[in-house]
Design a protein around this ligand. Structure first.
Ligand code: SAM
Length: 294
């Protein structure tokens, strides 16, 4: 992981563009813009962007990270919901001919078609990488969209609230381990790129942040009979953190408490344990046993 060292960026052009267009940030859109050069570089370098990459940026804001990525990438498509930022982006990204800004809600964007279109227009774009300083109010829905839409992604390098990053990187036994940790780790290898303090943003958010790099796995870490049952089992297991698995899994796949306990015992898992003590392999075994019973 990189160490954070303060390096404030030269914001003259951005400030000028914002003033010119009378732009003021909106809290409800999670508009906390990066003002630190080192953080921008850490994301762009952490994403390992190269000339043959198609980069999709989530929420370009005023284009600071976009410009750093555009200088390294073959092509970049930046998806921004706030149309007030479009004239500013036009100004700050004027020097790049490999950037397209799409004014849309990322949660409603058809990323599969967007990637297909871009790769058809330029077949030399081999790798697809996601970057972004995410709007924190929708971090989890964005991550789950990226992981579950079967997109041809190589990696996702994103800034998020540190508490969410901790949940993503946690392992069994940790207080922050849960559905999000298991879901992300099933699809990706997780690496922390840099921890970022509040001071690196304008306006300052209330929380510290962290950049994670999620590399999409070619092969999943566990093989399961049915992914829906696997994730259903995880969600049911964590339904109430303080309750035992026997209690949490009662009703899962229609099993009574006795049946759920018997299934757990049949795969060597004590029904008195709590979900946070089970690793991914144990959840896979448990989910397969419930699936077999269906
Ligand atoms: N990348 C810029 C930076 O780091 O300085 C801005 C990051 S700011 C934390 C989040 C950006 O995401 C804002 O520009 C905001 O308008 C945009 N945004 C918020 N909700 C969005 C959504 N649903 N879809 C696309 N962009 C969104």
């Amino acid at each position: 992981m990189k160490r954070y060292t303060k390096r404030t960026i030269d914001r003259r052009m951005i400030n000028e563009a914002a003033r010119h267009h009378d732009f003021h940030t909106v809290k409800s859109l999670g508009q906390n813009f990066i003002i630190d050069e080192g953080v921008i570089e850490a994301i762009a370098e952490g994403a390992a962007i190269g000339q043959s990459d198609l980069v999709i940026e989530i929420g370009p804001g005023m284009g600071v990270l976009t410009a750093a990525a555009a200088a390294r990438a073959g092509r970049i498509v930046a998806v921004e919901i706030d149309q007030r930022l479009l004239p500013i982006l036009e100004q700050t990204l004027a020097g790049f001919d490999n950037v397209r800004v799409v004014c849309q809600d990322i949660l409603k964007t058809d990323l599969k078609s967007l990637i297909r279109e871009e790769q058809a227009a330029d077949p030399s774009l081999a790798g697809v990488k996601i970057i972004g300083n995410l709007p924190y109010y929708i971090t989890t829905p964005i991550i789950m969209k990226l992981l579950t839409e079967e997109l041809p992604l190589e990696s996702i390098t994103i800034m998020m609230q540190r508490e969410v990053a901790e949940r993503i990187r946690s392992g069994a036994g940790s207080r922050t381990y849960g559905v999000l940790s298991l879901s992300v780790q099933y699809y990706c290898e997780v690496k922390s790129v840099v921890r970022v303090p509040k001071e690196a943003f304008r306006p300052r958010p209330k929380v510290d942040s962290e950049v994670l790099r999620l590399r999409l796995r070619r092969e999943k870490p566990v093989q399961v009979r049915d992914e829906a049952t696997f994730f259903g089992c995880i969600r049911a297991g964590f339904r109430a953190r303080r309750k035992t698995l026997a209690n949490c899994l009662t009703g899962f796949c229609g099993a009574s408490k006795e049946e759920a306990s018997a299934i757990m015992i049949s795969v060597g898992i004590d029904p008195g344990r709590r979900a946070e003590t089970l690793d991914m392999e144990e959840f896979a075994r448990l989910a397969d046993a419930f699936e077999k019973r269906k």
